[in-house]
Design a protein around this ligand. Structure first.
Ligand code: CTP
Ligand SMILES: C[C@](O)(CO)[C@H](O)COP(=O)(O)O
Length: 245
């Protein structure tokens, strides 16, 4: 009997941002933690996972030379392509989707989109995303919110509270965000018809444009932090130090 070919598992590491909130003159994806660039920590997690078959890195022109060099230096053998992203995160995702379609990646491929600046993604989270795509066609890593979240609105020049969602139902979204290729491609096709679409993550495209598709939550961790501003550095350095020990 013919065996069905297993779906490829492709990690897409988004590293085309300019890090304006961190320091636009010092790309945060390349700063070193315990001597290793932030993006190399991220790529390494997917390189080490035996179920991940391929890695695509999305870059901008400024970081490209350093990225090409570190892929060689760290012997990241699963990296199949380093492609140019776009102006916003959503544009970088779209570029990756177009490239995968051009390469005839099958519709059932499992795609894991990851922020290059979340260097401490764990094997448990990566495996959790891959497993969850056996049951759901969309999933995201997220962490229960320990703070109560406020929805705000403008009142003149002040922000005031509009509503207070139940904290027990609030999560802080992280990455990886995982999808069957056909699902995320369809969501982005629909989103492309909407001029106002400017989400900060990929799950939102599914939530808004494919409302019948549930997006499963995979348990995240506060250590899977995103390096966004300089304030995140001391904690990132501490985590890196403890992981290296
Ligand atoms: N056009 C963009 C914008 C962001 N990203 C990536 O998406 C992740 C999101 O993190 P974020 O903190 O928003 O990164 P930046 O966009 O670089 O930061 P800023 O908004 O401060 O400029 C990062 O790994 C970033 O490199 C991307 O690939 N393409
Ligand atoms: C995708 C994300 O990491 C989820 O927390 C985040 O939304 C992307 O970064 P940004 O700071 O919101 O642009």
């Amino acid at each position: 009997m013919e065996q069905a070919t297993p779906a490829p598992v492709i990690a897409i590491v988004l590293a085309a941002g300019h890090g304006v909130r961190f320091d636009a003159d010092n790309p945060k994806q390349l700063i070193k933690l315990e001597g290793k660039p932030v993006v190399a920590w991220s790529i390494d997690a997917f390189q080490r996972n035996e179920r991940v078959s391929d890695i695509v890195i999305v870059v901008n022109e400024r970081v490209r030379p350093a990225m090409e060099q570190l892929v060689e230096d760290y012997n990241f053998t699963k990296v199949r392509a380093i492609i140019n992203g776009g102006a916003e995160r959503v544009d970088s995702t779209e570029t990756a989707l177009a490239m995968l379609a051009d390469h005839n990646v099958p519709a059932n491929a499992k795609l894991l989109f990851h922020d290059s600046v979340r260097p401490f993604v764990s094997q448990r989270m990566i495996d959790g995303c891959i497993d969850t795509l056996g049951e759901f066609s969309a999933a995201t890593v997220a962490c229960p919110s320990t703070d109560t979240i406020l929805m705000s609105q403008d009142l003149g020049d002040r922000k005031v509270i509009k509503s207070v969602p139940n904290r027990k139902e609030c999560f802080r979204v992280q990455t990886p965000q995982a999808f069957r290729f056909e699902t995320i491609r369809r969501a982005y096709e629909l989103a492309a018809l909407d001029d106002g679409f400017q989400p900060t993550d990929d799950t939102r495209a599914v939530v808004e444009y494919l409302p019948d598709i549930p997006v499963a939550i995979v348990s995240g961790s506060p250590t899977n932090l995103k390096i966004t501003t300089q304030d995140d550095l001391p904690l990132a350095q501490l985590i890196a130090h403890n992981l290296k020990k």
